[in-house]
Ligand binder design. Structure first.
Ligand code: NZQ
Ligand code: ZN
Length: 387
């Protein structure tokens, strides 16, 4: 195991009725910027609960943070926060709203071009960052308990991520009932995203991180177990509660401590979203099975462990077991209604493969993956295989 420093500062309030806790978490004199998406929180009663618990606090609302939150939209929220001297950001919604809140919180006191926060992956953040609270309504990204944010810039067809320890939410409310209103497509996206988060931190090379490995395998097995239950019966509280908590665990920093990480599936996937607007989780489902195939030698030992411990594949030669595990992974995505081929999204694999490789090359992302051996040429190979 490698050395690591582990600290997760987010206080989680989990369960029914926990939105009431924001009244305790926010100072009575807080000047709150409430950030929200396109209106789902009005339709499902979450907004009403939040308003009630904000009480008399000065609150300014900013609506319209879109899925794959857009830089230009968020800069308008920054203007509002500056004008009204807000000193807290309360994100109410899915991962996009939470990620948006992180950029807003970091940009309010940032001098100069805030896009530099993305270009430098967070290193440009120098000034104070506003404290963030969150009410999460979509289990998927883990943004409720991590320091990551992924921001799109439609004007330039870019999608970049940043990390900063100061943008962990101070608190997050996770009430599974707030997710009952999710359309099937978003529930599936959440399951698919969370599963891939675990894979990115697990399916690398052995580092003898036994806690990390066994925890990762547990999270994957829970996702495999609850996926059909929560899709078939969206109001099954226990199934949904397990999905919500699994998605948080998939990306709250516990699984990655002291072990190598891959993240190439995400890096390539972000390009597919930037170019073709495909939902984040769906880009992962397209890239992941092909990436496992192309990287099977470097990942051999962990692929065999994954086959045995996650999918109970115990018989057959090594290559047959690896093939079966890759097939199980693809079938899992397909089973929740997520297509795994570029052609399913009317995308020309040859052209897109070349374009993504060119874009990564231009950004200097020429050695990605846990062994830094995924070159633009390999990215092209992976995407062609995903045709
Ligand atoms: O905008 P509203 O009206 O709220 O509707 C949203 C949106 O249309 C809707 N929704 C959310 N909660 C709902 C609901 N509809 C009904 N009932 C509810 N309870 O769902 C739609 C999608 O929401 P979004 O927030 O975009 O989804 P998700 O949570 O999957 O977030 C995706 C974004 O997170 C980034 C992705 O790249 C993408 O931009 N990621 C962030 C990560 C992180 N911060 O650590 C890691 C991930 O790998 C990921 O990259
Ligand atoms: Zn993801």
């Amino acid at each position: 195991m490698e050395n690591f420093t582990y600290h997760n500062p987010t206080r989680i309030h989990f369960g029914r009725g926990q939105i009431a806790k924001i009244n305790r978490e926010l100072p009575a004199n807080a000047r709150v910027l409430l950030l929200a998406g396109g209106g789902s929180i009005k339709a499902n009663g979450v907004y009403e609960q939040v308003k009630k618990n904000l009480g008399a606090r000065v609150t300014h609302e900013f609506w319209g943070v879109e899925a794959n939150p857009d830089f230009d939209t968020l800069m308008r929220a920054v203007e509002l926060a500056r004008k009204e001297t807000c000193d807290w950001v309360l994100a109410v919604g899915g991962g996009s709203v939470l990620d948006g809140a992180k950029l807003v919180a970091a940009a309010v006191h940032h001098e100069g071009d805030a896009w530099q926060i993305l270009v430098t992956h967070g290193a440009a953040i120098k000034g104070p960052v506003l404290p963030i609270g969150a009410v999460l309504t979509l289990p998927a990204t883990g943004s409720e308990a991590n320091g990551n944010s992924v921001i799109s810039r439609r004007a330039t067809k870019e999608k970049l991520a940043f990390y900063h320890p100061q943008v962990f939410p101070k608190f997050s409310v996770l009430d599974p009932e707030t997710t009952f209103s999710l359309p099937e497509r978003q529930v599936a996206n959440g399951i698919g995203d969370a599963f891939c988060h675990v894979i990115e931190q697990y399916l690398t090379f052995p580092a003898d991180g036994q806690i990390q490995d066994r925890f990762a395998e547990s999270v994957m097995r829970v996702l495999i177990d609850v996926a059909p239950r929560t899709m078939a019966n969206p109001r099954d509280y226990d199934a949904r509660a397990n999905l919500v908590w699994a998605a948080t665990w998939a990306l709250n920093g516990s699984l990655s401590a002291g072990v190598p990480g891959d993240w190439a599936t995400h890096t390539i996937g972000h390009e597919l979203t930037a170019l073709h607007g495909i939902d984040h989780a769906r880009t992962l489902a397209i890239v992941l099975p092909s990436l496992m195939q192309v990287q099977r030698e470097g990942k051999r030992a962990k692929l065999l462990q994954y086959a045995e411990r996650v999918w109970d594949i115990k018989s057959g030669g090594e290559d047959a077991r690896i093939d079966a595990a890759i097939e199980k992974t693809r079938a899992f995505y397909e089973s929740i209604g997520i297509k795994t081929r570029l052609q399913d999204y009317q995308v020309d694999a040859g052209k897109t493969a070349a374009e993504v490789a060119r874009r990564l090359e231009a950004r200097g992302e020429t050695a990605i993956g846990e062994r830094e051996d995924i070159t633009p040429a390999k990215v092209e190979e992976i995407l062609k295989l995903a045709a």
